[in-house]
Design a protein around this ligand. Structure first.
Ligand code: DGJ
Length: 743
C-alpha cells in the first residue's frame, strides 16, 4: 500500500484511493495527487504530473539557488505562509515576539503497519494488517525544529488519516501560534463548499455555495465543536448528485475549537485546511517538548453524496468508534426528560419504566434532576449525589428496581459544569473558568464551566461519578454539556505559569481524560454524547461514545433536515432518535405517531414522552412499532443509508433508504412535508441500489429491479379532497414506508 519510487516519491494506495507525495526541489514535501486509485505508476508518471517548466508569473522565488522555483504555485503537504507562499498555511511558530521563517526539509521516513486504539487520545485505529502509515521526518536546521507528518491508509477505505507533530530541538523556548492538522492542495474543479451549520434546535443543516477566488471558512471558538458549525466539510463539483460526482471531504477527530478553511488563489488552485482554530491558541514548547495535532480525515469518492456517506460512515464505525459497538444493536431507550422534566420521584419514574417495559423498552434513562436539590436548571450541577427527597431509598435502590424489571438503567450527568449555589462551587470557587474581574463573570443557563485543564477538577468529578456508577450498576450514561466557554481563563494555568492561550486545548484534553478514566473502569457502559442537543457532534466524542443525542429538537420534520445533514459525515448508528409528544415541545408542531416513528426509527430508537398521556391504541401502536423496529434493527442501525431525493437544506420531500448488501433487504421511506394541491399523479423516486436483473418484493408487490432503478417507486399520489371528502393521501407531514426484498 505504500511504495517509495526513486527515493523521492511516495505512492500511497489501496483498493479505492491513491495519494502521491514527492520531494520538491527545495527539499519540502510536495503534493502530487489525491483521488481515485491510479493503479501502477512509475516515478516518470509522478515527474510528468508535477514538473513545471517555470514558476508562475508574479511570484517570488523561494531562493536564489533554485532556478524558477516558488512555493506559491506548488501543491504542498505542509504549506507555510511566508516561504514564498502567500496563502494561509498550517503552521506558524514564534520565538518571543518574532515569527520564525520556517523551512522544513525531508530527512527520512518510516513505515508502520499497526495503529492500535489508545483511550487517552481520540484518533483512528485499525486491526493489524488493515492499515499502513508513513511518517515523514522533516527538519528545519536553522530554527532547530522537527516536524513529523503522518499519513495512514486503511484497507478498502476511501479515507486517509493525517496528523502533524512538532518538536523543539533547540534550547530556546518556541511558541506554536498555528498548527492545523493538514492541508490539501488541488485544482478547484468548479467546487461547491458544503458545510453543516445551524443553531441550537437546528443543527447541521446542509449549506452549499460555490467557491471562487478568496477564502471561505467555518469554525468554532466556543470551546466545543458547536451547534453553529461542524468540523465536517466537503467539496463537490457543481452538478454532482447523490450517485455521481467526485467528492472530497474532511473531518477532524476533535471536539474543541476548530477551523475549516478553503482558499482559492489566482490560478484557481484550492487549498483546504482543517485543524485546531489558530485564534485563542498558542502553545509553548521547551527544549525537546512536542505538540501533536488531532487527526484529520480526508475522504474521497467518485460516487456522489451516497458514495461519500458510505465512506464516512464505514470509517467511523470501523476505525473511530470502539469495536465493542461494531454492529451491536443498541437498547431501545425510554428517557424521562420530556415526560417529566424535573418533576419526579422514585415512585413516579418506576411507574413510567413499568409502562415502558410493557411496550418493549430495553433501557430506562433517568435524565436531569436526580441529584443535589435540582428542581430547576439553575442549581446543583457538580453535586453528583442523589436527592433524598426524590429518592428516599437512594439512587442505588432505584437502579435496582429498574434492573429487576429486566430493564437496563441509564443516568444523566453534566460532568463539565457547576451551579453557583452547589456544594462543589462553595468549596472550590477557584475551579471555575472565568474572568479575573469578578464583576464580569459570564454565566450561561445559570451555570459555570468547570476548569477541566486542572487535573484535580477532573479527578473530583471522576470520583463522584464512579461512586454513582458502581452503586447503581449503571449500563448507560447520557453525558450532557449545556453551555459554551467565553472568558477562557483558568486560575490553575495562571498558578502554573502556563499561558491562557493553551486553555481551550487543555480543557478538551481534560474532557477526554474523564472519558478515559470512566471507560477504563467501566468498559461496558454505553455513553450517549450530548451538548444541549447537538453542540458537540464530532468524531472526538464518537471515539468514546458510540451515539450522540443530535438535537434538543425532537420534532420529526426538524429532524429530517438535521439527520440528512448529519449523516453526510457521521454514521446512522451514531444518531440517537426519540419519538416524542405531539404537539412537539420545541416547535409545537402536531404530527402523527406514524410520522414520528418513521423518522425516529432511522438510527438507535428511543421514546421520550409521558406514556400515561397516551391512549390505549397509541400504546398498542408503539408496541407494534417496537416489534417492527426490532425486526429490522440491524438494518436500521447499520445498513447502508441512501438519500433518494436531492440533498439540499429543507426540501419539501425526503427519500431515505437503508439497504443491506448481504441479505439484499431494505427499507425505503418517503416523507412529504407540505401537501401540494393538484399535484402530478406520475412521480417516481429512483432506487439506486437495486440490481437491474433481479425482481423485488416492494410491500408485497413483485417489481423489476430495472423499473425500480431506472424509473423508481411511484410516489404516493395526493388526491385532494373533493366536496369535503377526505382523500387517502392528503394533508401535511406525510410518511410512507416500503419493505423491499430481493427475490
Ligand atoms: C439538554 C439535553 O439535550 C436534553 O435532552 C436534556 O438532557 C436537558 N439538557 C436536561 O437539562
Amino acid at each position: 500500500m505504500i511504495e517509495v519510487l526513486n527515493k523521492e516519491m511516495f505512492y500511497l494506495y489501496n483498493e479505492k484511493i491513491s495519494y502521491v507525495i514527492h520531494i520538491l526541489p527545495n527539499g519540502h514535501l510536495g503534493h502530487a495527487y489525491f483521488g481515485k486509485k491510479l493503479g501502477t505508476i512509475t516515478s516518470e508518471d509522478v515527474r510528468y504530473l508535477t514538473s513545471t517548466e517555470s514558476k508562475s508569473a508574479g511570484t517570488v522565488k523561494f531562493s536564489q539557488t533554485i532556478p524558477n522555483f516558488s512555493l506559491h504555485d506548488q501543491y504542498q503537504e505542509v504549506p507555510i505562509y511566508g516561504t514564498s507562499d502567500f496563502k494561509d498555511g498550517t503552521l506558524k511558530v514564534a520565538e518571543g515576539d518574532d515569527s520564525l521563517y520556517l523551512d522544513f526539509q525531508y530527512i527520512s521516513h518510516t513505515i508502520k503497519k499497526e495503529k492500535p486504539r489508545n483511550l487517552a487520545v481520540p484518533a483512528s485505529f485499525a486491526e493489524d494488517g488493515q492499515v499502513e502509515s508513513i511518517t515523514f521526518c522533516l527538519e528545519d536546521p536553522f530554527n532547530q525544529l522537527r516536524l513529523e507528518v503522518t499519513y495512514s491508509l486503511f484497507k478498502n477505505r476511501g479515507t486517509i488519516a493525517r496528523g502533524q507533530k512538532l518538536t523543539n530541538l533547540g534550547e530556546k523556548k518556541r511558541k506554536l501560534l498555528r498548527f492545523l492538522s493538514g492541508a490539501l492542495d488541488m485544482k478547484n474543479q468548479n467546487f461547491e463548499f458544503l458545510h453543516l451549520s445551524g443553531a441550537w434546535l437546528k443543527e447541521r443543516h446542509i449549506k452549499r455555495h460555490s467557491l471562487t477566488q478568496g477564502t471561505v471558512s467555518v469554525g468554532s471558538l466556543k470551546g466545543a465543536s458547536s451547534h453553529q458549525h461542524n468540523p465536517f466539510v466537503a467539496l463537490l463539483p457543481k452538478g454532482s448528485d447523490n450517485q455521481q460526482g467526485e467528492v472530497y471531504a474532511a473531518n477532524l477527530i476533535y471536539s474543541g475549537n476548530f477551523l475549516a478553511q478553503t482558499e482559492v488563489d489566482e490560478w484557481n488552485n484550492l487549498r483546504m485546511m482543517l485543524g485546531i482554530h489558530p485564534e485563542c491558541f498558542s502553545w509553548e514548547l521547551e527544549q525537546n517538548a512536542t505538540f501533536e495535532t488531532p487527526e484529520m480525515l480526508l475522504h474521497y469518492t467518485s460516487e456522489g453524496l451516497n458514495g461519500l456517506m458510505a465512506e464516512t460512515s464505514a470509517f467511523a464505525e470501523k476505525h473511530v468508534i470502539h469495536p465493542k459497538w461494531y454492529r451491536r444493536n443498541r437498547p431501545v431507550v425510554l428517557n424521562n426528560w420530556e415526560a417529566t422534566y424535573f418533576d419526579f420521584d422514585h415512585k413516579k419514574l418506576l411507574a413510567l419504566a413499568m409502562e415502558g417495559k410493557k411496550i418493549g423498552i430495553d433501557c430506562f434513562v433517568l435524565d436531569d434532576g436526580w441529584f443535589g436539590q435540582r428542581d430547576n436548571d439553575r442549581v446543583s450541577l457538580g453535586d453528583w449525589f442523589e436527592d433524598p427527597r426524590k429518592f428516599p431509598k437512594g439512587i442505588a435502590a432505584f437502579g435496582k428496581d429498574i434492573h429487576e424489571l429486566g430493564l437496563q438503567f441509564g443516568l444523566w450527568f453534566e460532568p463539565e459544569m457547576v451551579s453557583p449555589t452547589s456544594e462543589l462551587y462553595t468549596k472550590h470557587p477557584e475551579w471555575v473558568v472565568r474572568h479575573t474581574d469578578s464583576s464580569r463573570i459570564a454565566i450561561g443557563r445559570g451555570q459555570y464551566v468547570l476548569d477541566f485543564s486542572n487535573p484535580a477538577v477532573v479527578e473530583n468529578i471522576y470520583e463522584q461519578m464512579k461512586k454513582i456508577i458502581s452503586s447503581t450498576d449503571l449500563d448507560y450514561i447520557k453525558w450532557d454539556m449545556n453551555r459554551n466557554i467565553t472568558q477562557a481563563y483558568s486560575a490553575y494555568l495562571a498558578d502554573n505559569q502556563v499561558n491562557q492561550t493553551e486553555f481551550f486545548h487543555r480543557y478538551i484534553l481534560g474532557v477526554y481524560r474523564l472519558y478515559e478514566k470512566i471507560l477504563s473502569d467501566f468498559p461496558d457502559i454505553l455513553i450517549e454524547g450530548c451538548a444541549g442537543g447537538g453542540g458537540r457532534y464530532d468524531l472526538g466524542i464518537l471515539f468514546y461514545s458510540p451515539q450522540i443525542w443530535p438535537s434538543d429538537d425532537s420534532d420529526p420534520i426538524e429532524r429530517l433536515a438535521i439527520q440528512s445533514g448529519t449523516l453526510l459525515g457521521y454514521p446512522l448508528s451514531s444518531f440517537s432518535n426519540h419519538v416524542s409528544a405531539a404537539p412537539n415541545h420545541q416547535v409545537r408542531r402536531q404530527t402523527s405517531l406514524e410520522m414520528r416513528t418513521n423518522v425516529a426509527m432511522f438510527g438507535p430508537l428511543g421514546y421520550e414522552l409521558n406514556l400515561f398521556e397516551l391512549s390505549k391504541n397509541e400504546l398498542e401502536q408503539i408496541k407494534t412499532d417496537i416489534l417492527f423496529y426490532k425486526k429490522y434493527q440491524s438494518l436500521l442501525t447499520f445498513g447502508r443509508f441512501y438519500q433518494l431525493t436531492e440533498v439540499i437544506d429543507q426540501p419539501n420531500e425526503y427519500g431515505w433508504a437503508v439497504f443491506d448488501e448481504e441479505s439484499r433487504e431494505g427499507l425505503v421511506c418517503f416523507f412529504r412535508i407540505l401537501t401540494e394541491a393538484n399535484s402530478s399523479n406520475r412521480e417516481f423516486i429512483k432506487v439506486p441500489f437495486v440490481r437491474e436483473n433481479k425482481r423485488y418484493s416492494l410491500n408485497g408487490e413483485n417489481i423489476s429491479g430495472n423499473i425500480l432503478k431506472k424509473i423508481g417507486i411511484r410516489k404516493p399520489y395526493q388526491f385532494n379532497s373533493v366536496n369535503g371528502e377526505i382523500a387517502q393521501v392528503a394533508g401535511d407531514y406525510q410518511s410512507f414506508v416500503y419493505e423491499l426484498q430481493e427475490l
